[in-house]
Write a protein that binds this ligand. Structure first.
Ligand code: XLS
Ligand code: NI
Ligand code: NI
Length: 442
């Protein structure tokens, strides 16, 4: 992949990041991510489909509720909104091509400042869409998904599609239309809905049933528009239980799947699972993945991690090989992502202030996933992992167990079997054995 810079090079002194293997001492090289290497019938690049998130890497500035910006990187600084946005896009494509990654993702407001004038806003976005189209053509970088930010503007303080005021909902519609147009124009492969403020702060002022019906109607309306424009990609819902609202309607995988089923959206929508959202919901990441896989709905994932010592969406870069091996086992066994990939919805810490830190963060996350893919593939091919799990259910493979699974036994039949066969044997679940097995292959 060619490195694409604008008039100015933002990451001076850093060239293209290459695979050098596990033995290298070079911190600006991949030790495990060897894009063209074949694993389980596909290249690493095809399995992992890494994407850089525009918002954290090029819009985040290190500011937090207690302090001012610390990431002073020199893009998005000079000129009017469009000039600054082009500058920022130059930085983004330089970064993505230096990492040699295939995809990026954005919200409308990430690429260019939002204005409250609908037509003006559309014009700005169209200008940057054209700029992005040229950059994509020159670099071969593709858009994994686009989305609209329906949570930052003050008009969305009570939600967008679930806002009690139809006038606000209409503005959300205008924004989604423009974001879909941009996504389609850029050949975006998917489109995401994350329900930022689609929930409530207090039930005292909330008609939950009506709000959820409005959300479903909104998703149908957006989907119908995109399909009419020829969009063939997948729509993703990204579950999250809370933050910024006290309760978000797209709480977790199971809640979203039943919502999609209830409102007849299963055909077009799949899930985008985010690690830190899973833990906020009181689940493991693997739980959320498994629920999605079992429903045939694993579309994509947002990679990050939380902090064990506090309970908010810290969006740290992934670095835990053990947790990611368990995740890759589920993703591999489940047949991979449907349409999506691995988007780094993660940010460097406020006090990680060097532009180089953005590289270290991504390289670390990318390598942890690549290594986890290799380990998981070896476990699936060489170990007794799958067999141990299958054997636990062997009693349902034949005889009365199999008949029961097919619906052929009554409650009286179960009683008869219990009486005839006496007390069942005590059988170990072998959890520690399996945990050791995972570690053995790492
Ligand atoms: C916030 C979400 C957000 C979505 C895109 O917690 O993760 O970044 O991925 O709107
Ligand atoms: Ni998040
Ligand atoms: Ni996310």
């Amino acid at each position: 992949m060619p490195v694409i810079t604008g008039d100015k090079e933002f990451f001076k002194g850093i060239g293209q990041i290459k695979y050098e293997g596990p033995q290298t001492d070079n911190p600006l090289a991949y030790r495990w991510y060897d894009a063209g290497k074949t694993v389980a019938g596909k290249t690493m690049k095809e399995h992992l489909r890494f994407a850089v998130a525009y918002w954290h890497s090029f819009c985040g500035n290190g500011a937090d509720p207690f302090g001012e910006p610390t990431h002073l990187y020199g893009w998005n600084e000079k000129g009017d909104a469009v000039a600054r946005a082009k500058d920022k896009m130059d930085a983004a494509f330089e970064f993505i091509t230096k990492l040699d990654l295939p995809f990026y993702c954005f919200h409308d407001v990430d690429v260019v400042d939002y204005t409250n004038d609908v037509a003006d806003n559309e014009k700005r976005l169209q200008t940057l869409t054209e700029y992005a189209r040229q950059k994509q053509a020159a670099s071969k970088v593709q858009l994994l998904w686009g989305t609209a930010n329906l949570f930052s503007n003050r008009r969305y303080m009570n939600g967008a599609a679930t806002n009690p005021d139809f006038h606000v909902l209409a503005h959300a519609g205008a924004q989604v239309k423009a974001a879909l147009d941009a996504t389609i124009a850029l050949g975006g492969q998917n489109y995401v809905f994350w329900g930022g403020r689609e929930g409530y702060m207090s039930l005292l002022n909330t008609n939950m049933k009506r709000e959820q019906e409005h959300l479903a109607r909104f998703l149908h309306t957006a989907k119908d528009y995109a399909r009419k424009q020829g969009f063939k990609g997948v729509f993703f819902i990204e579950p999250k239980p809370c933050e910024p609202t006290k309760h978000q309607y797209d709480y977790d995988s199971a809640t979203v799947i039943s919502f999609l089923r209830q409102y007849d959206l299963l055909e077009d929508f799949k899930l985008n699972i985010e690690v830190n959202h899973a833990t906020l919901a009181g689940h493991t990441f693997t739980h959320e993945l498994q629920v999605a896989v079992d429903a045939g709905m694993l579309g994509s994932m947002d990679a990050n991690r939380g902090d064990y010592q506090n309970g908010w969406d810290t969006d740290q870069f992934p670095n835990n090989i053990n947790e990611l091996v368990e995740a890759m086992l589920i993703i591999l066994e489940g047949g991979g992502f449907q349409g999506g990939g691995i988007n780094f919805d993660a940010k460097i810490r406020r006090n990680s202030t060097d532009p180089e830190d953005l590289f270290h963060a991504h390289i670390g996350g990318i390598d942890t996933f690549a290594r986890s893919l290799l380990v998981a593939d070896t476990i699936l091919r060489q170990s007794e992992y799958k067999k141990i799990r299958a054997d636990r259910y062997a009693s349902f493979d034949s005889g009365k167990g199999a008949a029961y699974e097919k619906g052929g036994l009554s409650l009286e039949d179960l009683r008869e079997y219990a009486v005839a066969n006496g007390e069942p044997k005590v059988v170990s679940g072998r959890q520690e054995y399996l945990e050791n097995l995972i570690n053995r292959y790492i």
